[in-house]
Design a protein around this ligand. Sequence first.
Ligand code: SF4
Length: 364
Amino acid sequence: MSDTAVYIHIPYCKSKCGYCDFCSSPDTSTADEYTAELIRRIKLCEPGNAASVYFGGGTPSYIGAKRLIRVLEAVASRFHLSSNCEITAECNPGTTDEGELRELRLAGFNRISAGIQTAVSEELAALGRTSHTVEDGERLFASARRAGFDNINLDLMYGIPGQSAESLDKSLSFVTGLGPEHVSAYALRLEEGTPLYREAPRLPDDDTVADMYELINSRLRGAGYVRYEISNFAKPGYESRHNLRYWRGGDYIGIGVSAASLSGNVRYVQSPDMEKFLSHIPPDTVETLDGAARLEEYVMLRLRLAEGIDKKDFEIRFGRNFEAEYGKQIKKYVNGGFAADTAERFYLTDKGAFVSNTVIADFI
Ligand code: SF4
């Protein structure tokens, strides 16, 4: 049986954050029908083994534990979940209580991911993130721990309008004080079409944002986290297995509006249109990645990982020698201290990670 990872998209949120361009809506009137359609589609999947299941969104917890558990049961009826299967639910602050977290834990969910973003109320307001307070984040974390979750991710954001190194430091102290097993830290991007994009607020300049990234690295490292991907930090052994699969170029199955699947060289993407999804319309974008596209994507994703490119794996997948292919770039970035090159691997150093976009662009 094939080995895969299963992603379930839950497109509902308590309110829409000002910077969000994910497929989500506060209107939950379709939640029952949507749950039923997810289950119907899961039951049509080819049986296989799943090493991870990830409920993302949106805010999965917003539709309640019972619906999520029914969907997880459908996944478990179709896929053999490995004994150490990582089963994550995104649960944003202010959308779930301890009783529901206990239900999720009992049903087999073993990882929670929560977007707290910042410990500064004014920054939550600047993000247009009105669905929760800083204290809600703290409460959710404590409830998840009491409910038995010993693997929790917290999302942080930097480059927020009005944010300074000092205020970011405060958020980092808040997060390290809670002590989650995993922290994701992404820079704010103004995505076209979002309210924040239209507002065009003044953002911290590039140098300040670069300093913020350095601060995140040093504070989290000092607290025992390892940066295993450009924006992701984990206590040893708590790296996200689900996301590692994406970054390492493995196959996955995504179910739900806007969800993507990858099977070999073919990517399927479901339309974000709820009506189409509820009318049983299958993924309407089917893209066959040619060798060049697959190679580009592989290099781009692998260079984001601290483990970098495994030269043998590269040769097996693409029938090419990594050093012969990228000799010029390897020399340039190793000499500049941006990358390290061993017989087995090529990877970005901290200095390279700070300018990863530029380095990766040079490779692809
Ligand atoms: S909670 Fe997440 S998915 Fe929902 S609106 Fe905010 S950023 Fe978007």
